[in-house]
Design a protein around this ligand. Structure first.
Ligand SMILES: [Zn+2]
Length: 321
């Protein structure tokens, strides 16, 4: 019998122009400027080119404009899956009360279903924010998985870098004090597991995969950063990360962001953002190289197919919430 490849899931957090501006503290974000007209057709064509269907995590607020809804609809029409990426994209979601988190999930879920015709069955928190209340809400709403954790020790470092590059006031920094997570996030599991909520209630956690043992991130933003130094360096880093996954039998959940595949040449308003000096062509090239490399070791899929494959495995660990 031919040996089948393990599955790797590919997902994209569909952060819009305003959410980058909001997290960065830029004026004008509250007018909700959108780049969907440029980005969505671009990424859909790019995915078609490599014949790949993925999961798009969508922010509820983006469904409010009719123009945006046109582009969101294209995502499901072209065969991709949608997930819930909160309504307001606030990376301090972990400070919300249970009721507030519940409202945030429910209104986003309804808005996304209305706009795309598909009900999300998974959630990813903005800026990797999550809380126990969030997990409880997801379970009570019948979600199949949460995908908000990023097990890395580098969260505080990434945050420091981000604050340095931003125009955030002291208060805004305080609200974002857990952006990208605490150091202790690094101790979390890398392989999918169940959150045990007691009374026979449970929900799967699918962490964004980082390099086993070292817990260094290797989602596309990091690879783009490395490729800017040298393509050779990026290839070595990615191959090493994948080798570590293979040796430790860690399945891969791989994360993309819009600015990983599109440059300041197309999204001029964000051209001052880190990494936006790299052209869209170069980013598209790196994206294809990375997907080809991943595809050599894994069968690439959306989150749902990956989940149904993973939960068939015996002895999935349980973790008390
Ligand atoms: Zn996001």
């Amino acid at each position: 019998m031919p040996k089948t490849k393990p599955l790797a899931s590919i997902s994209l957090d569909l952060d819009n122009q305003w959410s980058y501006m909001k997290i960065h503290g830029d004026e004008g974000w509250d007018k909700y400027p959108s780049y969907f007209d440029i980005f969505v057709p671009y990424i859909l064509d790019l995915l078609d080119e490599i014949d790949l269907k993925i999961t798009f995590f969508i922010v509820g607020k983006d469904t409010e404009s009719e123009e945006n809804r046109r582009y969101l609809k294209m995502i499901t029409q072209r065969g991709h899956e949608v997930g819930n990426h909160s309504y307001h994209h606030e990376s301090w979601l972990q400070s919300y009360s249970y009721d507030k988190v519940r409202e945030e999930i429910v209104i986003a879920e309804k808005a996304i279903e209305n706009a795309t015709g598909q009900k999300p069955c998974g959630f990813r928190g903005p800026g990797f924010s999550w809380s126990k209340d969030l997990i409880k809400v997801l379970e009570s709403r019948g979600y199949l998985y949460d995908a908000s954790t990023l097990p890395t020790y580098l969260g505080p470092l990434a945050r420091m870098y981000y604050f340095k590059k931003s125009d955030l006031s002291k208060e805004e920094k305080k609200a974002r004090k857990e952006l990208f997570g605490k150091f202790s996030e690094g101790f979390r599991k890398l392989k999918p597991y169940y959150w045990d909520l007691g009374e026979n209630k449970r929900i799967v956690e699918i962490p964004v995969t980082t390099m086993p043992v070292f817990k260094l991130p290797f989602h596309l933003s990091y690879l783009i950063y490395l490729s800017n130094i040298s393509m050779g360096l990026m290839n070595v880093y990615l191959s090493f990360a994948l080798l570590m996954c293979k040796l430790t039998k860690t399945p891969v959940s791989f994360l993309l962001h819009p600015l990983d595949v599109i440059g300041g040449d197309q999204i001029e308003q964000l051209s001052f953002f880190p990494g936006m000096n790299v052209s869209s062509d170069k980013k598209a090239k790196v994206f294809k190289v990375v997907m080809r490399r991943l595809g050599k070791s894994f069968a690439l899929s959306n989150m749902s197919d990956y989940l149904s494959h993973e939960i068939k495995k015996p002895n999935i660990p349980m973790q008390k919430l």
